[in-house]
Design a protein around this ligand. Structure first.
Ligand SMILES: Cc1cc2nc3c(=O)[nH]c(=O)nc-3n(C[C@H](O)[C@H](O)[C@H](O)COP(=O)(O)OP(=O)(O)OC[C@H]3O[C@@H](n4cnc5c(N)ncnc54)[C@H](O)[C@@H]3O)c2cc1C
Length: 530
């Protein structure tokens, strides 16, 4: 008799693994099927060149929920954070530079170089974000209420949210602006120095096909301050062994609880009979049966690629077709023979300038112009770079004396203007990124040993992320909370009985948070108990 599982999880990204681990802990017989030969999805470490281990997609962590780290005992399974201090370094064309946090005295000194007023305002701005985070953060691990349902539990949850909002007092207006507004006006109101604003503004556009002056970017900015590193709020860190260290630790916890995890196992079809999921079909044609199926692939892949049209209501299919997957993020992974020797802070020995995120985008107008190109389908002439060199803090990633660098860059649009070829544009764009870095660190280009350029189309193909959208769908207000992935289906269930979503396509969205997988596990456990 073939084995029948209680639950098949499609996709061994970190969220799918979280769902698997929690439900295996509850005693369910769980099978995870991952298409690639490596686990982790976009939270992965890959040895791209012999001896060089690269976080090929996600590169820093802060968002992973502390309750998951605790419940699954991830530290015992090898998960280790490497906090960064300073957390960022921004060199400017005039030879000056700005280092930021978490050391508050250092940050005050650094910001004072540009504006004493801003140095005093920054802690107040952070405190305001924290107050709003206190309201929003608990919602991350809640199933969003359904405002179209009058069930008492829903009304109660909506009431509690309303009360939490009222408790914000005048910060309530700020919370609304953060949820719906643009980053630039907020930064303009708080700060006067271009240098501080532009350093903070890059968080507002990460993964977004938008410039900071566009509505929706304030939330992206905020999304990036909602986590913590070893208990310190808003601090981002590296993970020992690269981001795959997170996924591998979760996989190890899941296996320990009895979950079976297979790689190189691509699902090509979700089996549906009489309106209920029954299992899956793999690329090799084999069928595997289960009582329930949870997909951590995005909504487009799950519903439009792995299911037959007749399995789903037409209006649901239409809503999925309208999900916005636009993207202009291009990841460049690099092997380096030596560290960048910045004109602003000279030296190739590891220093504070190498530890955190290196921001290359001199002014707010520069970002706007970079986006203007992408708007018309052209990769930016003058791109924006967020570079990290995790091997400065982690000697497991590169051969002795060598380094790996992640360059998260924007804007390289998924949809290129007619006549532009992906392969040619990609290399020209990467060359421009390297020229730009070289302007600030003149030894950079000669230190490059190898590079891997992942444009949105490559991100789509490699990680299965539609449109190359790094969040499994944009993180704008109309696609958040009870509207994620589509209105009416934010409780991790789908129109097909016993079929669930458990990845970043669901609330609270993208980022290495694990919250989507955690919430989905809770809902699946509830149904299984019934
Ligand atoms: C370039 C890039 C940089 C990023 N940087 C950061 C960062 O620094 N910090 C951060 O917090 N977040 C970052 N993110 C976002 C974050 O990585 C993702 O939101 C998160 O990893 C999504 O996790 P997931 O488990 O929900 O989905 P995914 O990681 O997308 O996992 C889904 C899995 O399903 C598998 N799959 C798909 N289809 C099938 C199928 N048919 N059969 C079997 N398996 C299938 C895929 O191969 C994949 O492994 C970044 C993302 C990218 C792409």
């Amino acid at each position: 008799m073939p084995v029948k599982y209680d639950l098949i999880v499609i996709g061994g990204g970190h969220n799918g693994l979280v769902t698997a681990a929690y439900l295996a802990r509850k005693g369910l017989k769980v099978l995870v099927l991952e298409r690639r030969d490596v686990l982790g999805g976009a939270c992965v470490t890959e040895e791209v060149w012999p001896g060089y281990k690269v976080s090929t997609a996600a590169y820093v962590n802060s968002l992973l929920r502390p309750e998951i780290i605790r419940d699954l005992e991830l530290k015992r399974h090898g998960f280790e954070m490497l906090p960064r201090s300073p957390s960022s370094f921004t060199p400017f064309p005039d030879g000056r530079s700005l280092l930021l946090g978490p050391d508050k005295a250092m940050t005050h000194r650094e910001v004072s170089k540009f504006s004493a007023k801003d140095a005093d305002a920054l802690p107040k701005y952070e405190a305001m974000l924290e107050r709003v985070a206190d309201f929003l953060e608990p919602t991350l691990t809640m199933t969003p209420p359904n405002p179209w349902s009058l069930r008492p539990a829903n009304l109660l949850q909506l009431g509690r949210l309303g009360l939490g909002f009222l408790r914000l007092g005048h910060d309530g207006q700020k919370a609304v602006e953060i949820l719906a507004g643009a980053a630039t006006p907020i930064l303009d109101r708080w700060f006067e120095s271009e240098q501080l604003k532009v350093t903070l503004a890059t968080d507002a556009i990460i993964g977004a096909m938008a410039s900071p002056s566009m509505p929706g970017t304030a939330y992206v900015l905020f999304h990036h301050v909602m986590g913590e590193c070893d208990g310190v709020r808003g601090v981002w860190g590296y993970v020992r062994g690269g981001m795959g260290g997170i996924s591998n630790a979760i996989a190890s916890a899941a296996r320990e609880q009895g979950a079976e995890v297979r790689t190189g196992a691509e699902v090509v079809k979700i089996l549906v009979k009489h309106g209920a999921a029954q299992g899956v079909v793999l690329r090799d044609g084999s069928e595997i049966h289960s009582t329930r199926v949870a997909s951590s692939a995005d909504a487009n892949v799950t519903f439009l690629k792995l299911m037959s049209n007749g399995d789903l209501p037409a209006d649901f299919v239409e809503a999925v077709r309208h999900i916005d997957y636009s993207s202009a993020s291009c990841k460049i992974n690099i092997a380096l023979s030596e560290l960048p020797d910045f004109t602003a802070v000279p030296g190739t020995a590891p220093g504070p300038q190498h530890r955190g995120t290196i921001h290359i985008s001199p002014t707010m107008e520069y970002i706007e112009r970079a986006y203007d190109d992408a708007k018309y389908g052209r990769p930016s002439q003058h791109p924006i770079i967020e570079a990290t060199i995790p091997s400065v803090l982690d000697d497991t990633l590169a051969p002795p004396g060598k380094y790996v660098m992640s360059m998260f860059t924007q804007y390289f649009p998924y949809r290129l203007a007619p006549g532009l070829s992906l392969e040619a544009e990609k290399e020209k764009y990467a060359d421009r990124c390297f020229d730009l870095m070289n302007e600030y660190a003149p030894n950079f280009k000669r230190s490059v040993v190898a590079r891997q350029v992942l444009a949105p189309a490559d991100i789509e193909q490699r990680f299965g992320l539609t449109g190359g959208n790094i969040m499994q769908g944009v993180m704008s207000l109309s696609s958040l909370s009870f509207m994620r992935p589509v209105p009416g289906y934010a409780d991790y269930r789908t129109p097909v009985r016993n079929l669930y979503l458990c990845g970043a396509a669901t609330h609270p969205g993208g980022g290495v948070m694990g919250a989507c997988g955690y919430n989905a596990a809770r809902e699946i456990a509830r149904d299984a108990k019934r």
